[in-house]
Design a binder for this molecule. Structure first.
Ligand code: C2E
Ligand code: MG
Ligand code: MG
Ligand code: MG
Length: 288
């Protein structure tokens, strides 16, 4: 009996593996075709100043508009895109498209007020480990800024702690070179990685983004509240700004305001929107 069951298990295992391999190859093929046919779209999620309640910029989040499956989210294709290196052409396109779009919005919606400290709309873009380790990234960013006419100050790159830590000593050099371009840098998903706090103040960064797991859902519970408070305090010590991800309720917003967290992002303000809907949101000029 054991032998029979063993054989059955073996066959099921084999079939499962076969299905997995076929699905993987299918996804990889679809992804290659998607790049050729430009099936990607940039979605934009507003980042809100908690002091003024207005939109200061957007985070660019890629979506794949699959011809049969509809919208495919990054979590479904990022792992294979990273393994195969297909992430590189995808991210190059996202950078160029988001910078182009942001420059266009800046020109369309020049602040009418003469308020001197009013910054033009900014754009935040996620950077994967593969690109962070490539020297040619610097040249590419320069070229995109020139082509699109976007001011370097309007561009912020989001890099996770693990991307920085994976790149060892080279990371600090790369961060400095990126900062020398005049762009800004933020550490994404802060609190979930394994940053050495000792190295943190050597990194030439401009901001920390508190991971949504400490903010959304049960995030407001006491333990997480202390983590958020600690990260806000840490950012002040480091002289960098702080953004809370995953703001979903007015209660969470109030807590963040009480803690003097500078920026917020999350479904309470808006989900990521396609460019048309994002533009409509800019026009309504919401004040939270
Ligand atoms: P991330 O950079 O931390 O982006 C924030 C994610 O949280 C986004 O998921 C966003 O839709 C989601 N989110 C926003 N507000 C809320 C909220 O209130 N509650 C909850 N539960 N979630 C919220 P998305 O768009 O699915 O992206 C997932 C991740 O994929 C991103 O995490 C980022 O690491 C990666 N990613 C997205 N776009 C790109 C890209 O163009 N290039 C690269 N390399 N990575 C990307
Ligand atoms: Mg991000
Ligand atoms: Mg994040
Ligand atoms: Mg994340």
């Amino acid at each position: 009996r054991a032998k029979a069951r063993g054989k059955a298990c073996y066959e099921i295992f084999n079939t499962d593996m076969h299905v997995q391999i076929v699905e993987r190859l299918q996804l990889e093929n679809d992804l290659r075709r998607a790049i050729e046919r430009q099936e990607f779209q940039v979605y934009y999620q507003p980042i809100v100043s908690l002091k003024t309640g207005s939109i200061t910029g957007f985070e660019a989040l890629v979506r794949w508009l699959h011809p049969e499956q509809g919208i495919v989210f990054p979590q479904e294709f990022m792992p294979i895109a990273q393994e195969t290196g297909l992430i590189i052409p995808i991210d190059e396109w996202v950078l160029r498209e988001a910078c182009r779009q942001t420059k266009q919005w800046q020109e369309e919606f020049l602040p009418e007020s003469t308020n001197l400290d009013e910054q033009p709309l900014g754009i935040s873009i996620n950077l994967c480990s593969l690109r962070f380790s490539q020297q040619k990234l610097l040249e590419e960013i320069n070229q995109v800024l020139q082509e699109t006419g976007l001011d370097a100050k309007s561009l912020k790159l989001e890099i996770t702690e693990s991307v920085i830590m994976d790149n060892g000593e080279n990371a600090t050099t790369m961060l400095k070179q990126l900062r020398n371009l005049g762009i800004e840098l933020a550490i994404d998903d802060f609190g979930t990685g394994y940053s050495s706090l000792g190295r943190l103040h050597h990194f030439p960064i401009n901001g920390l983004k508190i991971d949504q797991s400490f903010v959304s859902g049960r995030g407001a519970e006491e333990g997480n509240l202390h983590i958020v408070e600690t990260i806000v305090t840490l950012s002040r010590k480091l002289g960098v700004d702080v953004t809370a991800e995953g703001v979903e309720t007015p209660e969470q917003l109030q807590i963040l305001r009480d803690l003097k967290c500078e920026y917020g992002q999350g479904y309470f303000f808006s989900k990521p929107l396609d460019s048309k809907a994002a533009k409509a949101l800019i026009i309504t000029n919401p004040q939270w």
